[in-house]
Design a protein around this ligand. Structure first.
Ligand code: AMP
Length: 458
């Protein structure tokens, strides 16, 4: 953990996922304001009330008036804070108030790192824009481009997009960004983590210089600050209220066991507890697939969600999980990021994450209104160093227990020892290398996709 300054860690733990905090009192605490007080007009108020929102969330209360005034924003808020309405509602009001050319060029661009987040944002925009004359659509990779192109051709005001597909269609001349007045960069930190920096730069170069910019991020690393400095003009800073109590409300348990015993242990926990909606995290895509198959073989309805799955499979899995037909959703960290999964009673770390902050994100998925959630970690000997890093971040030790029949027999004493300076330096080096590899892969993909485009033109 030596690589993370403590201020960043504190900030990070404040902005934990609370995907359904609407039903959670703390989401709305200190709120005496109404949506009307924020300056929103009746056609938007009607849509908001039909969505069942009674009071604005913290980020909405802070962001909406500033966006209506035309300000640039640098906002710290995660999925679950109500940020989508925070930027969409005022944007809809401003777009509806200005005349658009008859052919309806794209006037607002919302960039997101993942397909799921893009689809979710679009769903929300449809609901919020029910009574205003503003059209929107969403584009992302992994599905056919033709229907997306057809939608854009009809004329739209707001485009929600992931960077890759956006650049692809722009390269092909299927869309123009020359009339964009609003740019929203959502989950900017994750976009940089996923290696989208170059794509973002390319996209910025395609936009008119005069526009309103909103940047949302959970963390403010040097890179994010640099990005913000590059394209925000005199931004206002807004933050969702820190919620220190979040982690405390979650009951965290850890079971020591062997790697080879984890599958049977997790099946036992889910079956004995008769848990009906469980989110399980694995470190790798293959691990997620393997575990899903083993659970299915034991008659537990399970589905995996990760980057290698087709968009249709991901949507289906998420839908099934929400409607109860899928009992266990097995996810990797990146796939779960940004998903609007309701808060759950149980989250299980089948494997501990090697990045400690991911642990905080994962367990933030649990907890329900008025009830405590339970986050369970299965810890094998090779994960002791991850556990130590997590405990350091949380500033407390996790309660360890052993379940009869699943006692650990693997002994790797070296891992139990605190890491040496050299080992820590090696960890940092490896993380940097992984990041470099990701960026390089991303670069390769970009050049491949532009070659494809060139070939198509030929
Ligand atoms: P977001 O952080 O934008 O992904 O929103 C998370 C969830 O909160 C979504 O399901 C929204 O529909 C819901 N939501 C947003 N604003 C409010 C509000 N003011 N009151 C109740 N629910 C809300």
């Amino acid at each position: 953990m030596g690589s993370y300054p403590s201020s960043l860690i504190r900030l990070y733990s404040h902005f934990i996922y609370r995907n359904d905090r609407m039903r959670n009192q703390s989401f709305l605490k200190h709120h005496l304001m109404t949506f009307k007080d924020l300056g929103l007009q009746d056609n938007l108020l009607k849509a908001v009330s039909e969505k069942g929102y009674t009071k604005p969330s913290v980020i909405q209360e802070k962001a909406i008036p500033l966006v209506l005034k035309g300000k640039d924003l640098l906002a710290s808020a995660q999925t679950g804070t109500g940020k989508t309405a925070g930027f969409t509602l005022p944007m809809l009001q401003l777009l509806a108030a200005t005349k658009h050319p008859k052919y309806r060029p794209i006037r607002a661009l919302i960039l997101t790192p993942t397909r799921e987040l893009a689809a979710q944002i679009q769903e929300n925009i449809i609901a919020y824009s029910k009574y205003v004359d503003v059209r929107s659509t969403v584009i992302f990779g992994g599905v056919k481009a033709d229907p997306q192109i057809a939608q854009i051709r009809k004329g739209i005001d707001i485009l929600v997009a992931t960077p890759g597909r956006l650049l692809d269609l722009e390269n092909q001349g299927k869309l123009s960004l020359k009339r964009v007045e609003f740019l929203v960069l959502d989950e900017a930190d994750r976009m940089l983590d996923m290696g989208f920096q170059r794509d973002i730069n390319k996209i910025l170069a395609l936009l008119p210089t005069k526009r309103q910019n909103l940047l949302f991020s959970a963390t403010f690393s040097k890179e994010i600050k640099k990005l913000a400095g590059a394209f925000l003009s005199h931004p206002e800073m807004v933050a969702a209220a820190p919620e220190n109590s979040t982690v405390d409300k979650i009951i965290q348990k850890a079971y020591r066991t062997d790697k080879s015993k984890k599958t049977n242990l997790i099946i036992k926990l889910i079956s004995d507890g008769n848990w009906q909606q469980v989110l399980v995290f694995t470190r790798t895509k293959h691990g997620a697939n393997r575990l899903t198959k083993k659970m299915q073989a034991k008659g537990i309805q399970a589905a995996a969600i990760h980057g290698n799955k087709s968009q249709a499979a991901r949507t289906k899995a998420l839908k099934g999980f929400k409607d109860g037909s899928v009992r266990v959703l097995v996810a990797t960290d990146i796939a779960a990021r940004g998903l609007d999964i309701p808060l759950l009673p149980h989250v299980i770390n089948f494997e501990l994450p090697n990045i400690s902050e991911d642990y905080v994100h994962r367990i933030g998925r649990t907890g329900r209104a008025g009830a405590n959630g339970e986050a369970i970690s299965l810890v094998s000997s090779d994960e002791i160093s991850y556990l130590k890093s997590i405990e350091k971040l949380l500033k407390k030790s996790l309660k360890m227990a052993v379940i009869e029949g699943f006692e650990p027999s693997e002994i790797i004493p070296d891992n139990e020892k605190p890491k040496t300076k050299e080992q820590k330096a090696e960890d940092i080096r490896q993380r940097q290398q992984q990041r470099k590899n990701r960026l390089a892969r991303r670069g390769n993909q970009n050049s491949k996709s532009s070659n494809r485009t060139k070939n198509k033109r030929r």
